[in-house]
Design a protein around this ligand. Structure first.
Ligand SMILES: Cc1ncc(COP(=O)(O)O)c(C=O)c1O
Length: 381
């Protein structure tokens, strides 16, 4: 894949620039599949040509050109602790909030974990959809909370009415992922706002908007950020991992009322030091690179169209996606679908919904999505 090739060349040149030639040489370059051992998709991103890495909802077009440059330059400051205040200020300006409304984390996953640590006490209930992203619920379980899962509706969207009716005096946190992972489905902004306003009277609502950036400008729903700024019981979670193309750099943030931001920061091992110099430089530069962001979003929408047109033409059930994923039913394909695809050098994830088998495919480049459809065609039973 030419993008992987340029990625590796870029990585090698950036390591050399930092005096890291020995490190470059140590990077194993032979395909993991030839060693006979199971390769994790994360290893593959560094090792292999010829794989379609469509399993982790990343942005195949990233990092942005400006972020690449900024990272190379920031490597030279790696001996110094990063001052994260400029990144916090940039995020605050970009999102129209104050610096006190922002908590930075090593990925938005850290903010989800902090939300569970701060608000989901042992013996309380955490309410979340199913299937949805897992990190907040996993942390909540670890600290002794119960997780109440509410199935998505027939259109694979959050069933807000059922979620609201599951709330009791024991409920501590309600997690809403919009657009949702793995389905890419979204709720109407008016519905989710009404839900947040009502539910935040009884519990903390965490609204995960890491896929919100994928909504095209023409139909961008209002974010819940304005609500979260003023309401201590609402946290909005955002990320640089998705449309901004920096999954491996681990930068995410939460936006909430300053009192809530302080509670989340109090759960961090060393608040203000979760982000490295290189990650910080990448995030700041990528905010400046809106031309890249627009280009990537258009290409990702093009890839989504290629896959969904094929699925439609074959009458294969899938959710209407507003993110860089498509979730489709695999009943017309071989069982153990992800394993079958891995044998074809394609990484995707198996899932279930509505009691049926599904696959989550993340959008790669447009060319990769054309190849993906060809593989699908060859497997249909
Ligand atoms: C809905 C959702 N939230 C949060 C995350 C965590 O992302 P990150 O920690 O890379 O920001 C993911 C990752 O896939 C996700 O799908």
């Amino acid at each position: 894949m030419s993008n992987n090739l340029s990625r590796r060349k870029w990585l090698q040149s950036s390591l050399s620039l930092a005096g890291g030639a020995a490190l470059t040489a140590a990077l194993p370059l032979s395909p993991a599949s030839q060693t006979g051992c199971h390769a994790s998709p994360r290893e593959l991103t560094l090792k292999d040509e010829g794989w379609l890495l469509l399993g982790s909802n990343e942005n195949a077009y990233g990092p942005s050109p400006k972020a690449r440059e900024a990272m190379q330059e920031a490597v030279l400051r790696g001996n110094r602790y990063a001052d994260v205040k400029p990144l916090v200020a940039d995020i605050a300006a970009f999102r129209g909030v104050a610096a006190e409304n922002v908590v930075l984390g090593a990925g938005s996953a850290e903010i989800l974990g902090l939300s569970a640590l701060a608000f989901a006490k042992p013996g309380t209930d955490v309410i979340a959809a199913s299937p949805t992203f897992f990190v907040l619920q996993a942390m909540a379980r670890r600290i002794g909370a119960n997780v109440v899962e509410i199935s998505l509706d027939a259109d694979l969207r959050h069933d807000l009415a059922k979620m609201a009716s599951a709330i009791t005096a024991k409920t501590s946190v309600v997690y809403v992922c919009n657009p949702n992972n793995p389905t890419g489905t979204k709720l109407e902004a008016s519905q989710i706002r009404a839900f947040c306003e009502e539910v935040s009277k009884k519990a903390v609502v965490v609204v995960d908007e890491v896929y919100h950036d994928f909504l095209p400008d023409t139909q961008k729903d209002p974010s819940m950020i304005p609500l979260a700024m003023q309401n201590p019981n609402i946290v909005v979670v955002r990320s640089f991992s998705k449309l901004y193309g920096l999954a491996g750099m681990r930068v995410g943030y939460g936006i909430s009322h300053p009192d809530t931001v302080k509670k989340l920061q109090a759960m961090q091992a060393w608040s203000g030091n979760a982000i490295s110099q290189v990650s910080m430089a990448a995030a700041r530069a990528s905010l400046q690179d809106q031309a890249f962001v627009r280009m990537a979003n258009e290409k990702i929408a093009e890839g989504r169209e290629i896959v969904s047109s094929y699925l439609k033409s074959e009458n294969i059930f899938h959710a209407q996606s507003f993110a860089n994923v498509i979730y489709f039913e695999t009943a017309k394909f071989p069982k153990e679908f992800a394993k079958t695809m891995e044998a074809k050098k394609v990484i995707v994830r198996d899932g279930t919904a509505l009691g049926r088998p599904f696959c989550r495919v993340s959008m790669g480049t447009v060319e990769e999505m054309r190849q993906f459809v060809e593989v699908l065609k060859s497997l249909k039973v």
